[in-house]
Design a protein around this ligand. Structure first.
Ligand code: GRF
Length: 197
């Protein structure tokens, strides 16, 4: 079995898409070794527990309070994953930029999901920024990408899957968010299938 870690910080709907795909046999040979969150209240932790997946809550704050560098947290994070015998890492709504102190332990084996097309709207507000660009007439679509994470650059790396998501005149931000999330759930599973199966 290929053992993956899923890193989350919030709602965990993309984690749920992976769990469902595994339970339905759509990712043969893949298992989630653990779900790790840097936020205690992340709803995705409950999803994991409900499905019998091990969870770890590992916050950055104690490291920051102790004046320790971000790299110390990242190295400890990698060590936790190694104790779970993880070979691939999936960032699914993970709100922390991983440094080389983490990435060197999983070269070309870290996958990130970004709710916009390659080279567009990096950072946590990708959907909102695409919506604002549309409202200003600067663009008529956005998209989703799944990519490998070679270094610390945010939302940049070799693309595994990408798909355009249209924006319609009657869309509110909520409508666009829902459309993007629907595509994310499918594309993330598709990308994991092409990488791991
Ligand atoms: C997704 O839109 C992901 O692309 C972004 O954060 C969101 C996480 O959603 N980086 P969820 O926690 O998987 O529901």
């Amino acid at each position: 079995m290929i053992r993956i870690a899923v890193l989350i910080s919030g709602f965990g709907s993309n984690l749920q898409a992976i769990i469902d795909a595994i339970e339905e046999g759509r990712l043969p040979g893949v298992e989630i070794a653990l779900v790790l969150s840097n936020r205690r209240e992340a709803y995705g932790l409950k999803r994991a527990v409900r499905h019998g997946v091990p969870v770890v809550y590992f916050p950055l704050a104690p490291y920051s309070r102790a004046g320790r560098p971000r790299e110390a947290y990242d190295a400890a994070l990698a060590a936790i994953l190694q104790t779970f015998d993880v070979s691939w890492v999936v960032m699914a709504g993970w709100m922390h930029v991983l440094s080389g102190a983490f990435l060197r332990h999983f070269p070309s084996r870290v996958v990130n999901l970004h709710p916009a097309l390659p080279g567009t709207f990096p950072g946590p507000q990708g959907i909102q920024e695409a919506y604002e660009a549309y409202r200003k007439g600067e663009s008529d679509h956005t998209g989703v990408m799944v990519h490998l994470v070679p270094d610390e650059a945010v939302d940049v790396g070799p693309v595994v899957e990408e798909e355009v998501v249209p924006i319609h005149p009657e869309d509110g931000l909520d409508d666009l968010e829902e459309r993007v999330h629907t595509v994310e759930h499918r594309l993330l599973v598709q990308a994991l299938h092409s990488l791991l199966c």
